[in-house]
Ligand binder design. Structure first.
Ligand SMILES: NC(=O)c1ccc[n+]([C@@H]2O[C@H](COP(=O)([O-])OP(=O)(O)OC[C@H]3O[C@@H](n4cnc5c(N)ncnc54)[C@H](O)[C@@H]3O)[C@@H](O)[C@H]2O)c1
Length: 272
């Protein structure tokens, strides 16, 4: 699949990996990119991209990815202006780290990870990305039906690609019960979509980035990163968001790649 002239949707596009990917897609000639984020920065980033490529490629949308009405409105506007979305990378995400069970030695009481927080994390990191992806596939299905096309034929060429952003935490990580559950859950969703969405010519994959130099990771603090992150990576540094963006584009453009890609800089956490 060639990115040039395709219509893309990227959530979490105001920061980190989503932002780097948005720049990369524009650089590779995407016709239009829905640039979605909760942050006002989304407008600034769209402006920068548009002045860099010399056209109205990036279309900024500020809103909460967990809101179905917002999601539908964004797709309505992008599709009405530029046609069906063929690349979807729902990258918006957050962390709310805390031990699953923490014993207070003074009171002898054990505190469990807050259920409300668990719901928030899974809403943003699991359910929302799945529905932004399903929205793309649903619109592709409707578009094909409208144009008298049934089951996809490989001779047509790949019609679309969904890439979920998993994480090395999908294999389990201390303090990330809700985040790890969400990222592992995306693997199940992707595996199912890989089987279903190809009916409409849409591929689906998951990239699992290791610790990447974004505000999400910087929020851990320099000391934590130096002590607990870098020693467990083979590269001895954080991954650059541009490296993950490049890997995502590789997954989009190389249709022989299916399943999951680990872009983790050789992450080997200790067993302790
Ligand atoms: N940075 C890493 O090391 C790393 C590793 C593995 C996976 N990831 C995943 O990559 C993705 C991007 O993370 P990042 O590191 O670039 O983080 P980031 O914090 O730099 O960017 C995340 C963006 O998502 C947006 N966002 C959060 N909640 C939202 C909501 N409800 N609606 C709309 N936008 C919302 C934020 O405003 C922010 O701009 C996330 O899914 C994250 O879980 C990151």
């Amino acid at each position: 699949m060639i990115i040039n002239n395709e219509v893309a949707m990227v959530t979490g596009a105001a920061s980190g990996i989503g932002r780097a990917l948005t720049y990369e897609l524009a650089q590779r000639g995407a016709k239009a990119i829905g640039v979605v984020d909760l942050s006002d920065d989304v407008f600034n980033i769209a402006d920068k991209i548009n002045s860099r490529v010399g056209g109205q490629v990036a279309l900024p949308f500020k809103g909460d990815v967990t809101a179905p009405d917002f999601r539908k409105a964004v797709y309505d506007q992008v599709c009405a202006a530029h046609g069906v979305v063929s690349i979807c990378v729902p990258a918006a995400g957050l962390t709310r780290d805390a031990l699953a069970v923490r014993l207070n030695k003074e009171t002898g009481k054990a505190h469990m990870y807050e259920e409300e927080t668990f719901r928030l994390v899974t809403e943003v990191d699991l359910i929302a990305p799945i529905y932004w992806a399903l929205e793309a596939v649903a619109r592709m299905a409707e578009y094909r039906h409208k144009h008298g096309k049934g089951r996809w034929d490989p001779a047509e060429g790949v019609q679309g690609t969904i890439i979920f952003i998993g994480s090395v935490s999908s294999q389990g990580n201390k303090g990330q019960i809700a985040y790890a559950t969400s990222k592992a859950g995306l693997e199940g969703a992707a595996a199912t979509m890989m089987k279903e969405a190809i009916f409409y010519g849409v591929r689906c994959g998951v990239i699992h980035p290791g610790f990447t130099d974004t505000p999400m990771v910087r929020a851990l603090g320099e000391e934590f990163i130096e002590k607990y992150v870098l020693p467990d990576t083979q590269l001895g540094r954080l991954i650059r968001p541009e490296e993950i963006a490049d890997a995502i584009c590789f997954m989009i453009t190389n249709s022989a790649v299916s399943g999951e890609l680990w872009a983790d800089a050789g992450w080997h956490p200790s067993a302790a």
